[in-house]
Design a binder for this molecule. Structure first.
Ligand SMILES: NC(=O)c1ccc[n+]([C@@H]2O[C@H](COP(=O)([O-])OP(=O)(O)OC[C@H]3O[C@@H](n4cnc5c(N)ncnc54)[C@H](OP(=O)(O)O)[C@@H]3O)[C@@H](O)[C@H]2O)c1
Length: 429
């Protein structure tokens, strides 16, 4: 067996604590897998005196995260988090010092991924991030190493467990978004500041990494259209069921004849298709690999054990000698592709309007849609008590996103339409 492979660990929180625990308690199995012992040679966190569930008192403690790059470690694990320092400076310093890096930090890689991948190649060391996209699901390896023969036409998936939990609970209990979010926060499924999750940004961070692996583009948050789930109501979820759909927050990156389309947004997913049955905090990604077909990866996208599992798998790969570019292609070959314009985004749409129950309102709505060549496939109108608003729900035929948006802008100007309409794309298949 070769000599020990030395690891420095930055962060001892949910993920780092789990990584330390596995390294310190599963040495024999890991050594068999890696072909050499894995040795934790340094740790760092913010507060040394904080009680931890794993005893790291025997491991040298380094007070400054960036100084881990100056230890004799072969590999640095960054599980501090955050887009900036110290995580960024630590990764840069480690790569510059010729050390391999494993990180779970999607927020940082979404902005710095291409530059850090180039830095890793300059120093001929691997940079790995399996845990950064969909936690324990091996989708990064799937796209980097396995599904490479025919290229990827599209990846789409449920990339944020908090949003999926909220939508699943809204459907199961009939409660409002605000109620379910409060409960998710109480149970620890949602952060005190939930905006990164419910606003769609966390899913976009992950999508930027999947798109880079799938299409050879640099991760680029600016290329992603991002919408969250705050505007989804109980009524939309109930209507979706009537049309045999469920509403899911999807991250989608797909090659179209007009360019690469990258978006995070709530979408109607047909019952019986793989993503429709992914519930609660689970994540799932479907990769369409040309003639090889579609592959569905499903599992826990967050949490200590799944994320630790992904980090440890990266460490073992590197200890065994696996190298190669972070995004599966040399960083210099990561090139932006033309972006598909919203005009080119054509699909069926679910539309809901709350309207005053007065004659002519339906004709008004239909007229504005027709002016934009948007035709209606089906419609439901639900009367309420006299004087109360009525919900009008329509499903359109295929239409460009921009045409539907223009029609809605005209429709909301009517004083008979109450509040902003809800527009949700219907995913094919
Ligand atoms: N949690 C998940 O399920 C999950 C899933 C996928 C990816 N990730 C990613 O994994 C990373 C870590 O997440 P986490 O949930 O483990 O976070 P966490 O529980 O908040 O842990 C963060 C750790 O970093 C340490 N830290 C914070 N600031 C520091 C500083 N300036 N210098 C040194 N150490 C510092 C903290 O020290 P103290 O312990 O002393 O406070 C803590 O140990 C993030 O990038 C996250 O996006 C997490």
């Amino acid at each position: 067996m070769r000599g020990p492979f030395r690891i420095a660990l930055a962060g001892l929180g949910h993920v780092g604590g789990g990584v330390a625990q596995i390294l310190l308690t599963r040495g024999r199995e890991l050594a068999q897998r890696a072909g050499r012992p894995l040795e934790l040679v340094a740790v760092c966190a913010r507060e040394r005196s904080k009680p931890r569930r794993i005893d790291v008192s025997a491991i040298p403690w380094i007070g400054d995260a960036v100084a881990l790059a100056r230890t004799d470690a072969d590999l640095v694990v960054e599980v501090i988090g955050g887009e900036g320092d110290p995580a960024l400076s630590l990764i840069e310093a480690a790569l510059n010092a010729g050390k391999a890096v494993v990180t779970a930090n999607k927020a940082l890689l979404a902005f710095e991924g291409a530059r850090l991948a180039a830095l890793a190649e300059d120093h001929a060391v691997p940079l790995r991030f399996e845990a950064a996209a969909a936690g324990g699901i091996p989708i990064v390896k799937g796209l980097r190493q396995s599904l490479i023969t025919y290229g990827i036409d599209a990846v789409h998936g449920i990339l944020n467990g908090t949003c999926n939990y909220i939508l699943t609970q809204m459907e199961a209990t009939g409660r409002s978004f605000a109620d379910v979010l409060a409960e998710a926060q109480a149970r620890g499924y949602a952060e005190a500041d939930p905006e990164l999750d419910v606003g769609g940004v966390d899913a976009a961070h992950k999508l930027s990494l999947l798109a880079a692996l799938a299409f050879g583009v640099p991760p680029d948050m600016r290329a992603i259209h991002v919408e969250g789930i705050r505007h989804i109501s109980r009524a939309d979820i109930a209507f979706a069921r009537e049309f045999n759909y469920r509403i899911k927050l999807l991250g989608i990156a797909r090659q179209t004849p007009h360019g690469l389309d990258q978006r995070v947004q709530p979408a109607m997913v047909k019952l019986g298709t793989p993503l429709a049955d992914v519930d609660g905090v689970f994540n799932a990604v479907v990769a369409h690999a040309g003639p090889a077909g579609a592959f569905t990866f499903e599992g826990r996208g967050a949490g200590e054990e799944p994320t630790t599992s992904a980090v440890i798998s990266d460490i073992v790969d590197i200890a065994r000698g696996e190298s190669g570019p972070a995004f599966g292609r040399p960083a210099k070959d990561l090139r932006p592709l033309p972006q598909a314009s919203p005009e080119a985004h054509i699909c069926r749409y679910y539309l809901r309007f709350d309207v005053r129950d007065v004659p002519g309102v339906l004709a008004d709505i239909a007229g504005h849609l027709s002016c934009e060549d948007v035709s209606i496939e089906s419609m439901i109108q639900r009367g309420r008590n006299p004087g109360e608003p009525v919900a009008v729900v329509m499903v359109t035929h295929d239409a460009p996103e921009t045409a539907v948006t223009r029609a809605l802008q005209a429709i909301v100007s009517s004083d008979r339409v109450l509040g902003p309409p809800c527009m949700i794309p219907i995913e094919a298949g």
